[in-house]
Ligand binder design. Structure first.
Ligand code: HSE
Length: 323
């Protein structure tokens, strides 16, 4: 039996979801790929946190070097969140010849060039589908089936927490604070939800989308960004009276060779395809010069949808390892 040895950096929401999929669906994965995924080490930083799934204590470690320097490990999966130490860990893994999968939009958006160039220089794969719009396979589509297009515009609801908050405020008249707490309990929100509600998380994801679709790196801090923390029930009612809905939209478009981009609350016509995207769901609405308009829709947050995208990347690497 062929196995791929996997080390997980992080055992929170996404780490737990990824571990559950790799273990619950190990037979299915082996039958599809011809290689069995085997998680051999898990870096767990907070032992006392409530977990989605338990792992054998023998797998758990508090020392990242047990994974980064482990000669048996083929694939390192980074799900720590935050720019550091995640970026340094990924670079170290690549330099040690390990393929890297990451769900970490903040680290990738901040260090896109360094990470992609280091992976290429060390002849390892670096895949990060889960970093944008959770379970939606939008990066694979941009780099795969859509790669013959010149992209004209990308518009997305890229943050599940803010979409959940806006939906509950709009449909149930709940207060901002009540819904934020609920989103945190459901595992959508970042550890510090400021990144969600101020639009920074959406800006990280838009930066990654711009890099892949338009071939340009725009730092998240250079994307004009406004969040939803100042949206009031009165704003929502006023939009409703005009037949509109407020959504936090990340947008990038090319006009006469100039790339425009922003993250901000936008009043969408109720008939716009993105206006019907509710709760923690995300959607990415893409216009390509040849394909026209497309919309990708699905869960943008949560342990299993995000874990699904992480595992898709792991399986892709497992297939490539067999070539
Ligand atoms: N906090 C993020 C969100 C998690 O709410 O969309 C997924 O990236």
């Amino acid at each position: 039996m062929k196995t791929a040895k996997i080390g997980l950096l992080g055992f929170g929401n996404v780490g737990g979801g990824t571990y559950k999929i790799l273990t619950d669906n190990a037979d299915l994965i082996e039958s599809r790929v011809g290689v069995r995924p085997e998680v051999v080490r898990i870096l767990q930083r907070n032992r006392n946190k409530k977990r989605l799934v338990e792992a054998s204590p023998a797998l758990l470690t508090e020392d990242p070097d047990d994974i980064l320097l482990n000669p048996d490990i083929d694939i390192v999966v980074e799900m720590l969140g935050g720019i550091e130490p995640a970026t340094s860990f990924m670079l170290q893994a690549m330099k040690n010849g390990k393929h890297v999968v990451s769900a970490n939009k903040a680290a990738i958006a901040a260090n896109y060039k360094l990470l992609t160039e280091t992976a290429a220089a060390n002849n390892v794969e670096f895949l990060f589908e889960a970093s944008v719009a959770g379970g939606i396979p939008v990066l694979a589509a941009i780099e795969g089936s859509l790669q013959a297009n010149d992209f004209v515009e990308i518009m997305g609801i890229l943050n599940g927490t803010t979409n959940y908050i806006l939906t509950k405020m709009t449909d149930e008249g709940l207060s901002y604070d009540e819904v934020l707490k609920d989103a945190q309990e459901k595992g959508f929100a970042e550890a510090d939800p400021t990144a969600d509600v101020e639009g920074l998380d959406a800006a990280n994801k838009l930066s990654i989308l711009i890099a892949l679709a338009f071939g340009r790196y725009v730092a998240p801090s250079d994307i004009p960004t406004t969040g939803i923390s100042k949206i009031t029930p009165a704003d929502i009612d006023a939009a409703r009276s005009r037949g509109k809905k407020i959504k936090l939209i990340g947008q990038a478009s090319l006009e006469d060779g100039k790339l425009n981009y922003s993250v901000k609350p936008v009043e969408l016509e109720a008939s716009h395809p993105l206006a019907g995207v509710n709760n923690e769901f995300n959607a990415v609405y893409i216009t390509g010069d040849m394909v026209g308009e497309l919309m990708f829709y699905g869960k943008g947050a949560g342990p299993l949808p995000t874990g699904s995208a992480v595992c898709g990347d792991i399986l892709q690497i497992m297939r490539d390892m067999c070539k």
